[in-house]
Design a protein around this ligand. Structure first.
Ligand SMILES: *[C@@H]1O[C@H](CO)[C@@H](O)[C@H](O)[C@H]1NC(C)=O
Ligand SMILES: *[C@@H]1O[C@H](CO)[C@@H](O)[C@H](O)[C@H]1NC(C)=O
Ligand SMILES: *[C@@H]1O[C@H](CO)[C@@H](O)[C@H](O)[C@H]1NC(C)=O
Length: 981
């Protein structure tokens, strides 16, 4: 109502001021509007005093007498009484796109895209008791803030009908005064920090309450609180988030509690309970219509307890650990419309479908079984005549897709991606599916055989055919699909030019993926609608030419692995309000100097230009990318120094400028300003001088690669301050992978969908680079090799006990190997070769049981190689060219009691020569993937939220790795792999 002032002045002659009511002239109409009561304005100002207003959201709340508090942000007054009735200070923003015209989320459910809230206003501090003076307050929303306590005075706000304190880090006991709010209809205390409730005895007193949301809550006396829930007279919807019922429930405790008659919906998320608690929970009401128990680790088969639940319509048991099939009693329910059993461990396909062919088959409209372990071929589903949505992705189904699927004429969504289905999909499969809107056949071994002139009976919104065989020509029938918002025909064997008619489809697209085909010709200048901001992936094709300016409206633009030569025009043309957050032009033939127009791409978060022929200096305008978190410029011919404007890029987490011609000293501002860095690659440039101490401020660093430069001086003693290398990165720290090293998470804030781009790293292993793209956050690497560093290895470097790879080879380091090196228990790779290290090999080295790669050659070491399973299994060459090492694996016996004198050489000649040739063939990175994969999997079970997405998709990647990595053998411990024994 900021326009009020203007309206007032426009027709000032008509405005009368009667008491506190304003009569306002707007658009010729006179309306009566509330004006606030002085005492309530004061109460609100007092309330504001106690708040911490992080984003200055309440700037409109000022003490000026003229101010009408009814016009303040978040306030609504009653038009008759002038009392404040509504206070809305919840920070939640719903970002749903209005401009696409339908519910897109159904078609983007596959976790590439999802909606999140982006809080733009947030409050902390105290919920001040002056609220009590707002005698008529009916609606109070303080959700998504930083409040930590439920004040007891809240029980005095007896007019409240709506109270939302959800998504606040509240801890402590729920005050029983809540029981005084007898008019309350809606109460949310969910997503708290840690609430405690011995009982919910206040609950039955809330006689008007229909909706209750609770969590995070430990329920200490389960029987009592269940009783309270049953006794709440009007409660129809109960939602429990992160609630713990760690108790075994005796069946006897079930019978003598009557069930509630009012409860219709029970939603349990991210909770844990003993399996015996399920029948007991279900007993809460026989009138349940909606039952949701998801992300809750229900283990084993579902109990057969659904007999009396005749009203059930929607059942959602997604993301648990349900095994086997589903109970008979569930298949006999005649009202079930929606059954979501996705992301469980169900494997008995046939039995599952048979169980459902009871009464449920006729009513079922939605069946989600994706992300299970279903095997065999898909049974005939034609009995499920009402089926609208069928999702079977991410299973192990094989055989061909029966044409009977084409009988399901109500089908709107059909998804069978990521199975082992083979054969040909023809018109017969789809000819009757006139209502189809979403089709996903990706990642099978399917061939699509439609004639190019085919006119399908449907109009799709979403088509995903990745890895299907479509044949060389561009699929002509797509021309008829004018409603498409999502097209993925990546990896489908197309070798053609883009037809002209395709340009008519692109202005509607949210997502276009043409990657991994053989598209030819000049990079197309697709028209993109400016308010849609699509994700465009044209990577791994044969496009050439320049990046067209029309693609400036993409939020993510991926054109890597083509033959693009220039992007200067794209970058330097002024286009208002560019949305691009992700730009990948890596592995092209860009052969120009880096354009100096980066100020146009202010929203960029990820920029990848590696493996091109870019030259010239790094332009200072790159420093205007103040949102950037990943910057990759490696393997170009960029020269000059790192411009100091880059210190404005303070959100950088990954900076890779390796393999260029950069020179100069390593700037101290890197450590002073880029303190969020997780990965820093300066490798293979011409940096000289000593290592700046400011690097020690990079407390989040996990990968530090300064190898192959001209750095001199000593390794700073403070190089032990790197937190992740000391304490590791905990899996519960989900922020690390949501937008960090494992993945870049791109979100379009205006429309609230995001996409995850999995990050990667190159790991150097015996001089070769390996691309590594899984669980990066578990990597901890220091590589200072091939410089001119001198002095000793600082002893406290061994405090970095989480370090996985340490490479100090090819320097002038002297002194001994720190005795405490055995503390670095997680080291998998240690290279100290080609230095001047002297003394004996510390005994502790034998304790590092994960060590898989070791090179100590070309030093001044002497004495017995400590005995332990690991050290003896390395090749002799890993110890060669030292002063006098002896004992296995060297073919050199140690003298006497095994201790060589420093001055003596060995007892036998041929010291340190390699016995067996090092078989390069066998050196591959599988052990690395494996070891980390296993650690990751175990640490992962306890997390929730986004975790379940990664859990499934990476589970697949991980097993692919298993299938493909044929060249290794497992050690006796299973997970850790080594060269062949
Ligand atoms: C009071 O009147 C205004 C203007 O007619 C209206 O927008 C507002 O919703 C009304 N407030 C309430 C609480 O009914
Ligand atoms: C609120 O409830 C408590 C008990 O839970 C009671 O002692 C107190 O008097 C009540 N307060 C009001 C204002 O009704
Ligand atoms: C049950 O779920 C459906 C679908 O999500 C929803 O439309 C309906 O309002 C819910 N019913 C109750 C009683 O919560």
């Amino acid at each position: 109502m900021r326009g009020t002032g203007r309206s007032l002045s426009l027709c000032a002659g008509l405005v009368l001021s009667i008491a506190t009511v304003a009569i306002i002239c707007e658009g010729g109409k006179i309306t009566v509007q509330a004006r606030c009561i002085d005492s309530e304005r004061q109460a609100l100002l007092d309330f504001k005093q106690g708040l911490e207003d992080y984003h200055n959201t309440l700037s409109s709340w000022t003490s000026s007498e003229e101010e009408d508090c009814c016009q303040w942000r978040g306030i609504k007054c009653d038009n008759k009484t002038n009392h404040v009735v509504v206070l809305l200070l919840g920070a939640r923003r719903d970002h749903r796109p209005d401009n696409i015209g339908h519910d897109y989320s159904k078609y983007f459910h596959d976790f590439d895209y999802y909606v999140i809230e982006v809080p733009e206003s947030k409050f902390g501090g105290e919920i001040g008791s002056s609220l009590v003076k707002l005698k008529s307050l009916r609606h109070l929303d303080l959700s998504y803030n930083d409040f930590s306590r439920i004040p007891e005075f809240i029980g005095s706000l007896t007019r409240l009908r709506y109270l939302n304190l959800g998504f606040n880090p509240i801890s402590g006991t729920i005050p029983s005064q809540l029981g005084n709010l007898t008019r309350l209809r809606f109460l949310a205390l969910d997503r708290a920090d840690e609430l405690i409730a011995d009982n919910l005895e206040w609950l039955p007193r809330l006689s008007s309450l229909t909706t209750l949301k609770l969590g995070t809550l430990t329920l200490s006396k389960p029987a009592d609180w269940l009783q309270s829930i049953k006794m709440a007279p009007s409660l129809s919807s109960l939602e429990l988030f992160e609630c713990y019922f760690p108790y075994k429930v005796a069946t006897s405790s079930l019978s003598h509690i009557n069930s509630s008659n009012s409860l219709r919906a029970l939603v349990i998320k991210h909770s844990k309970f003993h399996p015996t608690a399920i029948p007991w929970l279900l007993n809460v009401s026989y009138n349940l219509v909606n039952l949701t128990i998801k992300h809750s680790e229900i283990i084993g088969p579902l109990p057969n307890s659904f007999d009396s639940m005749r009203s059930l319509e929607n059942i959602d048991l997604k993301s648990n650990k349900l095994e086997g099939g589903i109970p008979k009693s569930l298949g006999n329910l005649c009202n079930v419309k929606s059954l979501d059993l996705s992301f469980n461990l169900l494997n008995d396909t046939l039995h599952l479908i048979e169980t459902l062919t009871g009464c449920t088959a006729k009513s079922l409209e939605i069946l989600y079984l994706q992300g299970n372990e279903l095997v065999g071929s898909l049974p005939d589903l034609s009995q499920f005549s009402s089926l609208k949505e069928l999702r079977l992705a991410d299973n192990k189904l094989n055989g061909s897709l029966a044409e009977s699927i084409g009988q399901l004429s109500n089908l709107e969504i059909l998804e069978v991606s990521s199975n082992y289905i083979t054969g040909v999909i023809s018109k017969a499969h789809l000819q009757k599916l006139s209502k189809l809107k979403g089709l996903d056949l990706s990642f099978n071994s399917l061939t699509l055989n439609f004639e190019s002139k085919w006119v399908p009976p449907f109009q799709l919104f979403s088509l995903k055919l990745s890895s299907c065989k479509l044949g060389a020509p561009f699929p002509g029938w797509l021309q008829t699909q004018v409603k498409l918002i999502n097209i993925d025909i990546s990896k489908s064997g197309i070798s053609d030019n883009i037809p002209d008619w395709f340009y008519n489809l692109t202005p509607k697209l949210i997502n276009l993926n043409l990657s991994f085909n053989s598209f030819k010709g000049i990079l197309p200048n697709f028209p993109l609608r400016y308010d849609i901001y699509p994700v465009i992936d044209l990577s791994s094709n044969q496009f050439y030419g320049s990046v067209p300016v029309s693609l400036a409206n993409a939020s993510a633009l991926i054109i890597s692995n083509n033959s693009i030569t220039t992007f200067k025009l794209f970058l330097c043309t002024e286009v208002s309000d560019r949305p691009t957050t992700f730009l990948d032009l890596s592995n092209n033939m860009l052969s120009e100097s880096l354009p100096d127009c980066w100020m146009h791409l202010g929203k960029l978060r990820v920029l990848n230009l590696e493996n091109n022929k870019l030259s010239g200096n790094i332009p200072s305008s790159l420093g205007s990318l103040d949102q950037i978190s990943t910057l990759r410029l490696s393997n170009n011919s960029i020269s000059g120094i790192l411009p100091s404007s880059l210190k404005n890029c303070s959100l950088l987490r990954l900076l890779d400028v390796g393999q260029n011609n950069l020179y100069g000293e390593i700037p101290t501002w890197i450590g002073d300003y880029l303190t969020d860095l997780i990965v820093l690659h300066l490798k293979s440039n011409r940096f000289y001088g000593s290592l700046p101490l400011s690097l020690c401020h990079l407390s989040d660093i996990q990968i530090l690669d300064l190898s192959l430069n001209d750095l001199s001086g000593v390794i700073p003693r403070c190089f032990h301050n790197f937190t992740p290398m000391i304490h590791g990165v905990h899996d519960s720290d989900s922020s690390a992978f949501v937008d960090g090293i494992d993945a870049s998470y791109i979100i379009d804030q205006s429309r609230g969908y995001g996409r995850i781009f999995v990050n990667y790293e190159y790991i150097t292993w015996k001089g070769k680079n390996y691309k590594y793209d899984k669980n990066l956050r578990l990597l901890r690497i220091i590589d200072l090799s091939s410089n001119k560093l001198s002095g000793e290895i600082p002893t406290n470097l061994t405090n970095l006990v989480e370090l996985v790879q340490l490479n100090l080879s090819r320097n002038n380091l002297s002194g001994t190997i720190p005795e405490s090196i055995g503390k670095m228990k997680l080291l998998e790779s240690l290279d100290l070769s080609h230095n001047q290290l002297s003394g004996k090999i510390p005994m502790g080295l034998a304790d590092i049981s994960f060590l898989t790669f070791l090179d100590l050659s070309n030093n001044q070491l002497w004495g017995r190689i400590p005995t332990g399973t690991q050290l003896q299994s390395f090749a002799a060459s890993d110890y060669s060219e030292n002063r006098g090492l002896c004992g296995p694996p060297l073919n050199v016996r140690c003298c006497g009691d095994g201790e060589l004198q420093e001055t003596s050489t060995s007892c036998e000649t041929g010291a340190g020569r390699n016995v067996e040739e090092d078989d390069e063939e066998w050196v591959d990175m599988s052990w690395f993937y494996m070891g980390i994969g296993v650690g990751f999997g175990i640490g992962f079970l306890g997390t929730c939220g986004l975790a379940w997405y990664f859990n499934t998709s990476w589970r697949r990647v991980y097993f692919n790795q298993l299938l493909n990595g044929r060249r290794w053998r497992t050690s006796k411990y299973g997970a850790r792999l080594r060269r062949p024994l």
